[in-house]
Design a protein around this ligand. Structure first.
Ligand code: C2E
Ligand code: MG
Ligand code: MG
Length: 561
């Protein structure tokens, strides 16, 4: 080889070696290609082909990536191959070709070609492994980006205003398990993928959407795309399979509008906020979509305080039962009462609306409900022993109990511990928001029914009561919420008046006992009479009363109405 050519080769090779050793810097691929082209030309090569296989099996089956690094278009036959097997068993090969009319390589030339090929191949092999490692690290087995992608994105953007004008979301599909149940897992996967694709389309290149697992996702999008995204998440029609069948998907969503100049303090910072808003969205109290705000934050602190105080309060007997009478408006007699919880803490009474929703965030509510039932059964036993005329006492049970397989056993143990005849107990349950809970609710009501324990749909008319709930579950009592109760002087044609009339008629015709809650005025009482509803509960008769006060009412013959 002439010295000038030799010198030129080593210059090129040196450049190639330094370019391909670069770590953590942007690779200059065109430059590398240019060097390889020039070296190939120097050695009269006609073509250079590289293959990359993830594992030996793929190599045998010929499933891999093929890269043509140099091609004169003249064809030729293979003259030299280099093969690398990495410790992770990925395989890369490089073969160079020469045409028949080209002068064969000398031994010395072959050495130089081999050296160049090994350098290039080491680089390609490392590069492909890096891509493979990224796929494994940042995507899950279904091909969705994973939480590590999210944290990487946050650490890249999350300082010096990099997230200005964006919002973070955590969302979860409602009823997704029903899709799997009804159409099979494969269709479920298709729904997830199609839904995700559309979300990615809405949030565009600048945002990111990742799957936390199952049907739960987090994403970051620009605030200008937020309205469209929320509209989609609130209700979307998604393809189930290739045949064009669709499902209607709605999500519970927690949103955090990221403030200007926001700096992420720790990786879970944003996650904590959207997940908290999401938890509230799931509860349903604030609707399907909940925005995290400082108000929620102070709520969160209050919640934490209540959750911390609860165990001790339970032990110290700080929870008491108040009884609100239920009245037969034809006779004025007390026909029963609802047991309502009051918390005596630090010399003041805390109302249920302040602590029940907080306890409902965890299973603490279940402990409280059992405690209340215990106190109620204790009182009933005492009243019966004292020869008092006791009606049926209703106790509220949170929806949280529905998934507890031991619920019935625990309830019956408490009731039977005091030897309270079952007909003195009524369990009030509110409607449910998910179909899964619906099934559990039905199961619980049926089981109570068998034990001869009355059940009532509480707050009928609030939230999302469905007629199906009444049709499918064997309730005894319908408690009409005061939201349906017309105000004094309200016209008979108002929507509320019409609905009130028909709800009462429906309950009667279905053979359900019907009671109206929140009766405050004699005008409303007249309306109950007019519509044929015999039972009422409300401030017109009494507020929830301390036990001693309530006992006085039990001894009283009737309310004068
Ligand atoms: P709820 O079960 O619907 O109870 C009826 C609520 O309406 C009670 O509020 C009662 O004081 C109020 N009320 C009754 N009559 C009138 C009226 O004429 N006008 C007005 N404006 N309100 C009236 P309270 O005691 O504050 O309880 C609120 C909710 O907290 C209850 O609604 C129930 O869902 C829940 N709760 C109370 N105690 C318990 C409990 O021990 N366990 C569970 N899980 N929930 C409970
Ligand atoms: Mg109730
Ligand atoms: Mg109620």
């Amino acid at each position: 080889m002439d010295p000038e050519k030799e010198l030129r080769f080593y210059r090129l090779y040196e450049q190639l070696a330094s370019l391909t050793q670069v770590v953590n810097q942007k690779l200059d691929i065109p430059q590398i290609e240019a060097l390889l082209n020039e070296i190939s030309g120097m050695f009269r090569l006609s073509k250079g082909v590289t293959h990359f296989y993830r594992n030996p099996g793929d190599e045998m089956d010929g499933i891999g990536e093929t890269m043509i690094s140099y091609d004169t278009g003249k064809g030729g036959k293979a003259v030299h191959t280099v093969r690398f097997v990495t410790r992770l068993l990925s395989i890369s090969t490089m073969t160079v070709y020469m045409t028949d009319d080209a002068e064969p390589l000398t031994e010395e030339e072959l050495f130089k070609v081999d050296l160049t090929m090994r350098t290039a191949l080491a680089f390609i092999s490392r590069n492909r492994l890096q891509v493979m490692a990224e796929e494994l690290a940042f995507y899950d087995d279904m091909g969705f980006r994973n939480i590590r992608s999210f944290f990487k994105y946050i650490s890249w953007k999350g300082y010096k205003g990099g997230l200005d004008g964006t919002a973070a979301l955590n969302y979860n599909m409602r009823h997704f398990s029903l899709i799997n149940d009804e159409y099979g897992r494969e269709c479920g996967d298709t729904v997830l993928k199609n839904h995700y694709k559309q979300v990615e389309k809405i949030i565009g290149e600048d945002g990111i959407a990742v799957r936390l697992g199952g049907d739960s996702f987090v994403c970051i999008c620009s605030q200008s795309d937020l309205p469209e995204l929320l509209e989609y998440l609130n209700e979307a029609v998604v393809l189930i399979d290739d045949s064009g069948r669709t499902a209607r998907i709605s999500n519970c969503v927690g949103v955090f509008n990221i403030p200007e100049n926001y700096t992420v303090k720790f990786p879970n910072d944003i996650m904590g906020k959207v997940m908290y808003a999401f938890q509230l969205a799931k509860l349903g109290t604030y609707g399907n979509i909940v925005f995290y705000s400082d108000v929620l934050m102070s709520n969160k602190e209050r919640s934490r305080k209540i959750q911390k105080l609860f165990p001790k309060a339970l032990k110290n007997d700080e929870f008491r039962v108040f009884y609100q009478p239920k009245v037969d408006i034809d006779t004025g007699e007390i026909c029963g009462a609802e047991a309502l919880c009051r918390w005596f803490h630090d010399g003041r009474i805390i109302q249920p609306m302040e602590f029940i929703p907080v306890l409902e965030e965890t299973n603490d509510i279940c402990k409280l409900d059992f405690h209340m039932l215990d106190l109620v059964c204790y009182d009933i036993r005492r009243w019966l022993d004292e020869g008092r005329r006791v009606g049926r006492i209703s106790v509220n049970l949170s929806r949280r109990h529905m998934i507890d397989p031991k619920l019935l056993d625990v309830l019956m143990n408490i009731i039977d511990k005091y030897n309270v005849p079952h007909e003195y107990i009524e369990i009030e349950l509110t409607e449910t928001t998910t179909d899964v809970e619906f099934k559990d609710l039905k199961r619980v009501v049926e089981a109570l029914h068998q034990q001869n324990i009355c059940t009532s749909v509480d707050d009928f008319g609030m939230g999302y009561s469905s007629l199906n709930l009444i049709r499918v579950v064997p309730w005894n009592v319908l408690k009409v919420d005061r939201i349906f109760l017309p105000l004094d002087g309200e016209s008979e044609e108002s929507t509320r008046s019409v609905m009130f009339k028909h709800v009462i008629t429906m309950a009667k015709e279905l053979g359900l006992e019907c009671i109206v809650e929140g009766v405050e005025t004699s005008g409303q009482l007249k309306l109950l009479r007019k519509n044929g509803c015999r039972l009422a509960q409300g401030y017109l008769f009494d507020k929830p009363l301390k036990v001693e006060e309530f006992e006085k009412r039990l001894d009283m013959v009737r309310y004068v109405i």
